[in-house]
Design a protein around this ligand. Structure first.
Ligand code: CP
Ligand code: NVA
Length: 309
């Protein structure tokens, strides 16, 4: 990979993302081929927030590739009592081979990457969630056999997951439509970046609006995420009101293509952003997405740490 770190799909060119997806598919098909590929390598995981999928899939990936991982809750590090990201980065670079960081502020993972001499992987920030989007692209490609031209409707909060789907979707030629209540749209700078790249590459321009019906009309995939992300708990009540009309229902899914899938990064709140009959119904691919975190991240680790082409 041409970059030391993996902070966003926006930093890679489309051939690099396609090639990561190819490697992820190969690892998924024949996991045992790679069981010694990261012999002796150590991955540190710095987590400021809760996690089930990201933590466990990275730890399992390292074990299955022959390496090891160290989980470092930020409260147990000196980071939790004021040591800087820069010094933490310089110290960890002397001990381990790569770091995954899940942080509140995106600037912190950028600082970590700047000062670390080893690869830094963004395991979710308030702004972006590239590991999730990589697994989502793998899931869509498996399901539909292609990515270019697929229509992805994102209904809900213009958050970290939405941002990364915009950036990653544009990269591989998806037609991304976002529907979010006014005041909760994706950040203008992220949208502008995605639009610029789409225009430059002659790919479909993402569309942002406030009408879920318009976004999902004819979509191949309908995606949603929680209305209140980690760190926003104090806004939960206001958000429940603002997002009242943005629940993904069976009626909404019926406006999409007849073979459309329902997607969610998880964890989910049934009865809020999605009804149980949708997420637990036949169109839901949410557990394939969760499984693909493991395979996609193995590909990422092999590229960043293992020199596997
Ligand atoms: N989707 C996701 O990142 O899940 P976790 O918060 O459980 O890691
Ligand atoms: N948007 C959610 C995603 C969790 C995986 C959050 O940041 O809490």
């Amino acid at each position: 990979m041409s970059t030391k770190d993996f902070l966003s799909l926006a930093d890679l060119d489309s051939a690099a993302v396609e090639s990561l997806l190819d490697l992820a598919a190969a690892v998924k098909r024949q996991p045992l081929e790679y069981r010694r590929s990261l012999d002796g390598k150590i991955l540190a995981l710095i987590f400021e927030k809760h996690s089930t999928r990201t933590r466990v899939s990275f730890e399992a990936a390292m074990l299955q590739l022959g390496g090891a991982s160290l989980f470092l809750g930020s409260e147990t590090l000196h980071l939790g009592r004021g040591e800087s990201m820069a010094d933490t980065a310089r110290v960890l670079s002397r001990y381990v081979d790569a770091v995954v960081a899940r942080v509140f502020s995106h600037a912190d993972v950028v600082e970590l990457a700047e000062y670390a001499t080893i690869p830094v992987i963004n395991g979710l920030s308030d702004r972006l969630h590239p590991c999730q989007a990589l697994a989502d692209l793998l899931t869509l490609r498996e399901r539909f056999g292609r990515l270019a031209g697929l229509r992805l409707a994102y209904v809900g909060d213009g958050n970290n997951v939405c941002h990364e789907l915009l950036l990653g979707g544009v990269k591989l030629g998806l037609r991304v439509s976002v529907a979010a209540p006014h005041g909760y749209w994706p950040e203008a700078s992220v949208v502008a970046g995605a639009v610029r790249e789409a225009q430059h590459a002659g790919r479909p321009i993402p569309e942002i609006g406030a009408d879920p019906g318009v976004a999902v009309e004819g979509a191949d995939a309908v995606y949603t995420d929680v209305w209140t992300s980690m760190g926003q708990e104090g806004e939960a009540e206001d958000r429940r009101k603002a997002f009242r009309d943005f629940t993904v229902t069976i009626a909404m899914m019926e406006r999409a293509q007849s073979d459309a899938v329902f997607m969610h990064c998880l964890p989910a709140h049934r009865g809020e952003e999605v009804l149980a009959e949708v997420i637990d119904g036949p169109r839901s691919v949410v557990f394939d997405q969760a499984e693909n975190r493991l395979h996609a991240q193995k590909a990422l680790l092999l590229r960043l740490l293992g020199d596997v082409s």
